[in-house]
Design a protein around this ligand. Structure first.
Ligand SMILES: [Zn+2]
Length: 495
């Protein structure tokens, strides 16, 4: 139990599986002197957030104000409010945005962003409790708590005690309410037991409660509409509900699931202000087709609990759907890569045959190495001159002659079409030739730069040397580095 430094709040421990709303009510009960608005203000820095019993807000503020007593804000949002249940079925990126939003501030449009109003299930989330859990909590904790599992919209019975939950409805909205609603078994006009009409109905609803708790414990985005649709189709295929053309046989699927589904639908239709009308055939048409629409978690879980006896059985099929989908994606990538390769080959052939580019030029143009280009040319019978044939003794002697007279490499490549690789290999394998070439190119550079300097000197006899050397094409820099004696003597003749 902790006390805020600047306030009289008494902070009890948050019980496992307890809703955040339930804990806020306990804070109020233990801190008798404040109103519910003051409690909310003290905990969240906002007057009404604490009484929002389904979705949270301002969780970072709560963490700061309670000195981290309740732990990580994300865990708090996912495991102590209804958010985790809904985010399991929301794409991960969108779920992360919503999670960040409720942690950072309040999110008044959260039900809209979760798609609840359009789902047909309704956004009224009545508080629910189990009569036996209430007695058990009083014995263990000293007071009853709202269990998150019981608040999940698809949980209508307590799976631990195998009995229908008590539903408490409240006409006032949380913002206008000033009292906390606490779990109670006292008879009142606002409290009634969810009608479960038979043992068979209890069995199906208990399975639905079990599956709902399993789904709520998953990570955001872990249930994906497309993979769920593939799982439903897989189930249909195993139950003669899929044609050879892989179309869903609606009447067969509906017949197979109808009895179990009716137990769920009938109970949901008798839940007073929280009642909803669930229909099997349209639901299958929406969520089991190849391009499924998003649906409320309750609808998916109702369908799954009618199809599968155990969660493990469903989970195994769902994981297989993911693996099949991954394998299909890899096949598509590989097929696309092959297609791209075919396109590249066609483009290469076209460049060589129609545009008359060399193998090297065509290879560079399509982004492959020259070696690969030569292979493709051989495979596709493209005409090209092999380097091996071109480097004949006569051809090499011609290149040597050009090197001996000091021609630049680029000039030799242009004149003879020898590759730079072959030219460099020739120079490195014949050191004498290399020495001759270096000496000859030096002499060529010397002659050229001396000539440039003399031309500039004659053109600008009035300029001092420090200005003349900066003129473009004066050759001064090269001469200063390689021929300084001549540069000095030539300069001295003029100055
Ligand atoms: Zn119970």
């Amino acid at each position: 139990m902790k006390y805020l430094i600047d306030g009289p709040l008494v902070l009890p421990t948050l019980a496992a599986g307890e809703t955040l709303y339930s804990w806020c009510a306990s804070v109020h009960r233990r801190t008798c002197s404040l109103s519910s608005i003051q409690i909310s203000q003290a905990l969240f820095g906002s007057p009404h957030i604490a009484r929002l019993h389904d979705f949270p807000g301002h969780l970072t503020e709560l963490k700061i104000r309670t000195a981290g007593l309740l732990g990580d804000e994300k865990y708090l949002a996912l495991r102590h409010t209804l958010l985790g249940y809904f985010l399991t079925f929301i794409p991960a990126a969108r779920g992360a945005d919503l999670l960040a939003s409720v942690i950072r501030s309040s999110t008044p449009d959260i039900k809209m962003r979760l798609g609840i109003p359009a789902s047909g299930v309704g956004g009224y989330h009545p508080l629910k409790c189990c009569q036996e859990c209430v007695h058990s909590d009083i014995q263990k904790l000293g007071w009853p708590i709202w269990h998150l599992e019981h608040q999940l919209p698809s949980v209508l019975v307590c799976r631990e005690h195998q009995r229908p939950l008590l539903l408490r409805w409240e006409p006032t909205t949380p913002v206008h309410r000033r009292e906390w609603i606490t779990p109670s078994v006292k008879t009142s006009a606002q409290l009634f037991e969810i009608p479960v009409n038979s043992e068979q109905a209890l069995d199906v609803l208990t399975r639905l409660a079990n599956f709902s708790a399993q789904a709520a414990s998953l990570s955001p985005g872990e249930m994906q509409s497309e993979k769920l649709a593939q799982t439903y189709q897989h189930w249909a295929a195993s139950n003669a509900g899929l044609s050879k053309g892989r179309s869903l046989r609606h009447s067969i699927v509906v017949r197979a699931l109808n009895t179990s589904f009716n137990h769920i639908a009938n109970t949901l239709s008798e839940m007073g202000p929280a009642a909803c009308n669930l229909q099997l055939a349209p639901l299958i048409g929406t969520v089991a087709r190849s391009t499924p629409k998003a649906a409320h978690p309750l609808k998916h879980l109702a369908l799954i609990s009618c199809m599968y006896e155990s969660w493990d059985q469903f989970w195994s099929d769902y994981r297989s759907a993911i693996q099949r989908s991954t394998a299909r994606l890899q096949e598509e990538i590989s097929s696309t890569q092959s297609h791209c390769k075919l396109n590249t080959t066609a483009q290469f052939i076209q460049l060589v045959q129609e545009s008359e580019l060399s193998i090297r030029q065509a290879a560079t143009a399509v982004g492959i190495s020259t070696t690969t280009g030569i292979c493709w040319a051989k495979i596709n019978d493209l005409p090209f001159t092999s380097r091996a044939k071109k480097l004949t003794p006569k051809f090499l002697e011609h290149v040597r002659e050009l090197l001996r007279v000091g021609k630049e490499k680029s000039e030799i490549i242009r004149l003879t079409k020898i590759s730079s690789v072959s030219l460099n290999r020739l120079l490195s394998s014949e050191p004498d030739l290399r020495a001759q070439w270096l000496s000859a190119t030096f002499e060529c550079h010397k002659k050229a730069n001396r000539l440039k300097f003399l031309v500039v000197l004659n053109a600008h006899p009035e300029l001092p040397i420090w200005r003349l050397r900066k003129l473009p094409g004066s050759g001064w820099t090269w001469l200063y580095r390689h021929d300084k004696d001549w540069l000095d003597s030539a300069s001295a003749r003029f100055y």
